[in-house]
Design a protein around this ligand. Structure first.
Ligand code: PAF
Length: 283
């Protein structure tokens, strides 16, 4: 596996590969790789000749009181895991490589829809940070295809909107959520769960599945489903950030006329804030 930390060196390497007619699939990550990330690399391998994975804990997508400093950084283990799954290029820039003028004065990219809801409402500026870094990474890696996990469903939609609005010639693929044996969506933040919380964590998925069942009842009251889910999670020790049932493409609150729904939840369990979601098709 080739490892680059310089944006310009990677950029010219990719230009050469493209001249040879190679296609490029890209998996952007913040590292601390788990099976979920590795399954994105496996999927990327099926989509192009060359797979590039990036590891960069992006400061601009963390709020002032969030976990940027404590975010797990495990580059050595990550590198081994990527070698094992046959990733070909690893990009590991520093903050200075990405934001040489300082992140405060760096130009940014903003998607003006989808970003003020759900995680965007509770993490102001988060999606500006995400779209800015993904844009920078896209300009360096020049991928034909990029893979995003659907655990961050809103991020996946926001990136799709950015690529469409800015007419970037990149196909965005959403990959299914990888889960722990107890149903918890895999996340680099799961490592912060204490032993007891690991057991409790399965309730997030269970409550989402219960809500799905309730939504399938034609007599359902969507608000009632949400309220009940919040109460169940609170009783199990979660501090709920949001539990929403939305139309899946717009993320607007779902009405009884909508058929393509997303149940989306974010809740703290001890230290980490866990997120999960489920696509629900009615009819
Ligand atoms: O999903 C993530 O890990 C990050 O938001 C991403 C896409 C790598 C941008 O920093």
């Amino acid at each position: 596996m080739k490892i680059f930390s310089s944006p310009t060196e990677l950029q010219s390497h990719i230009v050469n590969l493209k001249k040879q007619g190679k296609s490029v699939a890209f998996v952007p990550t913040m590292g601390n790789l788990h099976q979920g990330h590795l399954s994105l690399v496996e999927l990327a391998k099926q989509k192009a000749d060359i797979v590039v994975c990036s590891i960069f804990v992006n400061p601009t997508q963390f709020g002032p009181n969030e976990d940027f400093d404590s975010y797990p950084r495990t580059l050595e283990q990550d590198t081994k895991k990527l070698e094992q799954v046959g990733n070909q290029i690893l990009f590991t820039p520093t903050n200075n490589d990405i934001y040489p003028q300082g992140k405060e004065v760096h130009s940014s990219v903003e998607v003006n829809r989808l970003t003020d809801k759900l995680c965007g409402a509770s993490r102001p500026g988060h999606f500006r940070g995400v779209t800015t870094i993904v844009n920078i990474l896209f300009n360096i890696v020049q991928p034909d295809v990029a893979i995003f996990g659907k655990k961050d469903y809103q991020q996946y939609l926001v990136i799709r909107a950015m690529v469409k609005d800015l007419m970037m010639p990149i196909k965005i693929i959403g990959a299914e959520i990888a889960r722990e044996p107890n149903g918890l969506a895999m996340s680099s933040r799961n490592g912060f769960l204490a032993e007891q919380e690991k057991k409790q964590s399965s309730y997030l998925r269970e409550v989402i599945l219960l809500s799905q069942k309730q939504l399938e009842d034609p007599k359902k009251d969507i608000n009632e489903v949400k309220l009940q889910a919040c109460k169940l999670l609170q009783n199990k020790g979660f501090k709920v950030d949001y539990f929403e049932i939305v139309e899946r493409n717009t993320l607007e609150l779902a009405t009884s006329n909508d058929n393509e729904l997303l149940i989306a939840a974010a809740a703290w369990l001890g230290k980490p804030r866990l997120i999960d979601n489920l696509e629900v098709n009615l009819n």
